[in-house]
Design a protein around this ligand. Structure first.
Ligand code: ADP
Ligand code: ASP
Ligand code: MG
Length: 421
């Protein structure tokens, strides 16, 4: 039995004719003697539509009910695919997370997988079945509540499945040819990458590139599983996501963005009165389990200004608490800005190469784009810009590093050249 995990995203399962095409592709694997375990997302836009309907009744729908409803999208595509495969004369069976089960914690909307029971899958593979699994969902062990893993979470189901079956690679089929130097939908001249390291892919995904779910990449990295991202409808070679030792490091591998950023700014916090203000603010955010994308602090005299960035969708949970806290620590005022985008360049060769941030900033400066905040790590530089500048910023940075020719390895030139070129 030569098991393989194949994941098909919602963009590839748009309608009945696409499901047929995917079915044919799976049959090809079967004919080659493989035993496919297929993970599917909901059909295109189904999840969006389910969310939209729930919002007709409440801006913050009950999380348990929402997850129960969202899990149905994947059940439709999994069973439809199994019905097609059976109609073509193959043994096929679909399972949802509850039936296996895939056990998660109870964090509705962004649950973490704790274990995957693959007994039923192995049994059916041995009996020559093609097994189809619903992505994106799990079940809580004691309550039997259904959970979902966060938007794009079917990738994580595929990686968890690969790991639990003891396999060393998995294939992620999507609507583009692989991972590109930028979102090919926004920047048509973006180049497909043949390989990308786990750490770079993590930063790309964390910076907003939808093509892989960040937790899926983390799982692959931890367990050294090679991810092969491919086009669902062509036989192009795709992109391998794998261990960095095997890959020549580039200074800038890609540029990515998210337009879902919000900034919170506390102005004029009287520091001497509230020396513990930092721990109070960030304890509150940690207790709400919200990730912070950036922190900036200014101290002058007896006062401090503090800004931090979170995802817009997380801000809604925090607003009330932040207002209360702002009064408690007697900040002069607190301001919420929800009109930000974050543009990020990533490259694992960046850490040994001064001048990268400078080159990025000069690209933005040439287009008169205002940078509101900056955050860096060893292998990334992120800037926060106004939403209106997003497209121009991504394009300018992509051009500046000549990413349409592929990853940037080249000469940064002198800082003087970078500003004048
Ligand atoms: P699926 O339904 O297959 O899971 P997604 O919509 O989640 O597909 O991810 C694929 C999309 O990710 C592509 O259509 C593309 O527009 C977007 N994307 C964003 N950044 C990148 C990138 N750097 N490389 C490839 N695709 C990207
Ligand atoms: N259907 C879910 C979503 O749209 C999960 C996925 O596509 O991976 O986010
Ligand atoms: Mg996806």
């Amino acid at each position: 039995m030569d098991a393989c995990v194949l994941k098909f995203g919602g963009t590839s399962l748009q309608d009945i004719s696409r499901i047929k095409e995917i079915g044919k592709r799976i049959i090809k694997y079967k004919k080659l003697g493989k035993s496919p375990v297929v993970v599917v997302s909901a059909m295109n836009k189904t999840t969006d539509e389910l969310i939209r309907m729930s919002k007709e009744f409440s801006l913050h729908p009950d999380k348990r009910e929402l997850d129960l409803m969202l899990s149905t999208g994947e059940q439709v595509s999994a069973s439809l695919l199994a019905i097609y495969l059976k109609a073509k004369g193959y043994k096929a069976i679909s399972f949802n997370a509850f039936q296996l089960p895939i056990i998660t914690d109870s964090d509705f909307g962004r649950a973490k997988i704790l274990s995957v029971n693959v007994d039923k899958i192995k049994k059916h593979l041995e009996m020559d079945y093609i097994v189809v699994i619903t992505g994106y969902q799990g079940v809580v062990n004691d309550t039997r509540n259904i959970t979902t893993l966060g938007r794009g979470g079917s990738d994580t189901t595929a990686l968890a499945m690969t790991l639990s079956l003891g396999l060393k690679s998995c294939e992620i089929f999507t609507d583009v040819d692989g991972v590109f130097t930028a979102d090919p939908e926004m920047i048509p001249e973006a180049q497909k990458l043949n390989t990308i390291s786990y750490e770079e892919m993590l930063e790309l995904a964390g910076g907003g590139a939808r093509v892989m779910h960040p937790r899926a990449v983390l799982l692959a990295q931890k367990n050294d599983i090679v991810i092969h991202v491919k086009n669902s409808f062509h036989n192009n070679p795709g992109t391998l996501i794998k261990n960095k030792q095997d890959i020549n490091k580039s200074i800038v591998t890609g540029v990515t963005y998210t337009s879902n950023e919000a900034r919170v700014s506390f102005e004029k916090i009287p520091v001497s009165e509230h020396k513990d203000y930092l721990s109070r603010i960030f304890r509150m955010i940690a207790e709400e389990e919200v990730n912070i994308n950036l922190i900036a602090k200014n101290h002058s005299g007896d006062f401090a200004d503090l800004s931090f960035a979170v995802e817009k969708s997380d801000l809604i949970r925090l607003v009330h608490l932040i207002k209360l806290l702002s009064q408690e620590i007697r900040a002069r005022r607190v301001v919420f800005d929800t009109d930000f985008s974050r543009v990020t360049i990533i490259g694992s060769g960046m850490k040994n190469c001064p001048g990268v941030a400078f080159k990025m900033f000069s690209a933005l400066q040439e287009k008169q784009i205002q940078i509101h905040m900056i955050s860096t790590s060893d292998i990334k530089v992120s800037v926060f810009v106004d939403n209106k500048d997003l497209f121009t910023a991504v394009k300018a940075v992509h051009e500046k590093f000549e990413l349409s020719k592929g990853p940037y390895r080249g000469d940064l030139g002198s800082t003087k050249q970078a500003f004048t070129s």
